[in-house]
Each structure stands twice: as C-alpha cells, then as structure tokens.
Design a protein around this ligand. Structure first.
Ligand SMILES: [Zn+2]
Length: 107
C-alpha cells in the first residue's frame, strides 16, 4: 500500500503549548497580580472589578465592609515565611484607597 505524499499541514503539530485551557481562562478572568514593594513587605496586588466582586469582605485598613459590586483590591504577601501558598491563603480584600493610604500598622 503506497503512502500518500501529500503534506498534511492542516493536521500538523497539535501544539507544544498544550497547557490546560482552564488555567489560561483562569488567568484571564482573574488578571495578573502586580508586585509591590513596601516598608511592610513584598505584596502581590490584584484588582477585583465590580463585576467580579461577589462577596462581602472586611477591609483590614478601616475594618469596614467591602460590599459586593465594589471594585477593590485583593492583596497577599509574597514574602510569607510559610511560603507563597500560605501568603495566598491569607489574602485580604482592601478598599483601593485604604490600601494606597495604609499606615503599615494594621498588623
Ligand atoms: Zn477600607
């Protein structure tokens, strides 16, 4: 049986970047955190859009609620002594303004 010599461009290379699609979607939805260096540590800061703010949180800056539907920031320590995962687990939701004007004494 002779083999076909036709190039099979259409079906070639299923892709080296066969990363799970869910991860990409997740990254797109959540956004990439910004890294901030401050006197109180290294922080990852991510913006939560009004649309993605679905729960009520307590802002560690002013101890008032961050209600659903309000764009705010989620912040976690990049230099947590127990590792990045621990820092992420202890992430806090801040009013944008409270984070920007914090006194570094909320701990
Ligand atoms: Zn606040």
């Amino acid at each position: 049986m002779p083999r076909s010599n036709r190039p099979r461009r259409r079906t070639a290379a299923p892709g080296k970047h066969a990363a799970p699609e869910e991860l990409d979607l997740d990254r797109t939805r959540l956004g990439v955190p910004t890294r901030e260096s401050a006197p109180d540590g290294e922080w990852a800061v991510r913006s939560i859009t009004a649309r993605n703010a679905a729960k009520t949180y307590t802002c560690p800056g002013c101890h008032r609620e961050v209600p659903p539907g309000i764009a705010h920031l989620v912040v976690w320590a990049e230099d947590n002594i127990f590792g990045a995962d621990a820092g992420l687990r202890e992430r806090r939701h801040w009013h944008t303004n409270c984070w920007r004007t914090r006194t570094f004494r909320y701990r």
